[in-house]
Design a protein around this ligand. Structure first.
Ligand code: 5AD
Ligand code: SF4
Length: 444
């Protein structure tokens, strides 16, 4: 039977990238081939994000582009998965009349079943059950990541923290850890396929295993991954500052494969705002953890997320955030204007900050961090670093790209290098978002 073709577009975080790879695997097993041009697809899938207003808008405009394809080819199937699918469910079918199906964050594994049924007779379906305690990956075939040097591995789903601005607990459900046996089998199999670096994913990896007395904890999980031959580098994301244990901090000094990078979302530099955000730590507690991380692992790169214009944030709160950013000197950050999200407590707070003010604050914060990032990047000039070759550079096809252990992207000439090799480079130049390196200086 001739293969059918599917086009998949992914929005949002690494968790969605991981789920999309799972979807590709399920479809490929069903004789579907992935293509890069939606105009030739039999099936279009959009894996969506709803964490902020902006990605949500992007999804609607992406869907709008597929309308004319459906008009030309009524047999074309279009489905939406991911967090927005979970949040909107039936409403999405009503709002986008040419959609065939909507599958929530715990239902994407049903795609093959739905496609089979639709081949018999066409119908419209929305499935958004957020089954408590259910691991959506249980029973799926072993994850594969062909031709890749680095892979994501989801270790848990959902979140129980209920930060007041955050939609995640409502779209990904209550926290549930995957069995460590499944995770370790998956990483062993990825290693057999040539993967050298794994990033363990979860909304709050520090509480891995906490909900089950039979399960190992996060540090034990890292120790078990450390023992897997073939795996050279381990990363994880995301950590919640309140749950970042001293034991985990010590692991940066003890586990040779654990890379010197941590993403630790600060969100605000004002204790008053942190309290309203329900973050359960103070700025001084956060700074203590940063000092300890830097003591244990002096080269560690620290990145963060910051929200500006949270309801009630006044000029003094914002100045406190600027001060924190100046004092801590993050290696890089992601910063966002606060936006109301459905179900969240903060969406009900009365004292909203005007868009104009949020824009101005975001600008000021980003200008400040831009200098810090470049300054930090420049400290790497002239130094030797270990880089994992991950593929061709985007800007220049004759070049290769990879990352340092501190998670900085490096582009470098190296036509003969294979994906998956670990190489030593000398950093020639620091740019605002990447580094340029060279092998030749090392006499290779
Ligand atoms: N508004 C703005 N930013 C948000 N984030 C999460 N929810 C919101 C919201 N309602 C940001 C946080 C989080 C990152 C993934 O997105 O900084 O860490
Ligand atoms: Fe977006 Fe959060 Fe869903 Fe990731 S888990 S896709 S960031 S809403």
């Amino acid at each position: 039977m001739a293969a059918k073709h599917f086009y998949l577009q992914t929005f949002g975080c690494q968790m969605n990238v991981y789920d999309s790879q799972r979807i590709v695997q399920l479809l490929t097993a069903r004789n579907y081939q992935q293509i890069a041009d939606p105009a030739h697809a039999d099936l279009i899938l959009v894996n969506t994000c709803s964490v902020r207003e902006k990605p949500e808008k992007k999804v609607y405009s992406a869907l709008g582009r597929f309308r004319s394809l459906k008009e030309k080819n009524p047999a074309l199937m279009i489905g939406v998965t991911g967090c927005m699918a979970q949040q909107e469910g039936e409403r999405l079918l009503e709002r986008v009349p040419f959609l065939d199906f909507v599958l929530g964050t715990k239902e994407f594994c049903r795609i093959p079943e739905i496609l089979d049924a639709m081949e018999v007779s066409r119908f419209r379906e929305s499935a958004t059950d957020l089954r408590v305690g259910v691991d959506p990956y249980a029973g799926l075939p072993l994850f594969s990541s062909p031709g890749k040097a680095a892979a994501f591995v989801s270790i848990m789903q959902g979140c129980d923290n209920f930060c007041s601005y955050c939609i995640v607990p409502y779209v990904r459900g209550r926290e549930v850890s995957r069995p460590s046996r499944d995770i370790l089998d998956e990483i062993r199999s990825l290693s057999d396929q040539g993967v050298r670096e794994v990033t363990l994913l979860g909304q709050n990896v520090n509480s891995y295993g906490n909900r089950s007395s039979e399960e190992i904890g996060f540090v034990e999980l890292l120790e078990a991954v450390q023992k897997i031959p073939g795996i050279a580098r381990i990363r994880f994301t995301t950590s919640h500052p309140k749950d970042l244990s001293w034991r985990l901090i010590q692991a940066f000094g003890q586990l040779s494969k654990l890379c010197e990078h941590i993403h630790l979302p600060l969100q605000s530099g004002s204790d008053r705002i942190l309290k309203r955000m329900n973050r359960a730590y103070t700025c001084s507690e956060y700074r203590e953890k940063i000092s300890e991380l830097r003591r244990v692992s002096p080269e560690i790169s620290i990145t963060t997320d910051i929200i500006v214009g949270f309801p009630g944030e006044d000029e003094a709160d914002f100045q406190a955030t600027l001060e924190m950013v100046k004092k801590i000197e993050f290696d890089e950050f992601f910063s966002f204007r606060y936006s109301d999200r459905p179900h969240t407590q903060a969406s009900l707070f009365p004292d909203k900050v005007p868009e104009e003010t949020k824009r101005g604050r975001l600008n000021e914060l980003q200008t400040l961090q831009k200098d810090i990032t470049l300054r930090k990047n420049k400290t790497w000039e002239g130094r030797e670093v270990e880089v994992l070759v991950e593929g061709q550079s985007k800007a220049r096809v004759e070049e290769k790209t990879g990352r340092t252990r501190t998670n900085r992207t490096v582009n470098f000439p190296g036509a003969s290098l294979r994906v998956g090799e670990l190489v030593k480079l000398r950093i020639e130049e620091a740019l605002p978002h990447s580094l340029r390196g060279d092998l030749e200086e090392m006499g290779k």
